[in-house]
Design a protein around this ligand. Sequence first.
Ligand SMILES: [Zn+2]
Length: 108
Amino acid sequence: MAKCPLCGKPLDWGELVEQMLSLENAEETLRDREKFLKAIEEFAFKCPHCGEEFYGRYLPREEAEKVFELLNEFKGSVDWENKRIRLRLNSLLALDKMLENWDKKMKG
Ligand SMILES: [Zn+2]
C-alpha cells in the first residue's frame, strides 16, 4: 500500500487524488490514463501525517494505474462540486490484491 516516503505512514489514495482535484484541468486529467499517471508523478502531494511534501513518483505505479481504472469504472466516483472522492480506494485496492493472490493460488 502507498506510504509516505518521508515518515513511512500509510496514505489514503482517496485523499491523495482529492489533492489533485484542484488542478486546472483535473476533469480531463482524470479521464486520460497517460495524463493521469504523468500528473501523479509530477504532483507534489502533502502527507497528512507529517505535513511534508513529496512527489507522486514515489508512490507505487501499479496502484496508481489501478486507481485510474477504479475512478473511471464507477460512475460518480468523483464529487466535483465538493472536490471529494466517493470511492474507498484503499479498500478496493486491498480487495483487488486479495482476489489476485487468490487467483494465483488457484492456478498455482
Ligand atoms: Zn509523512
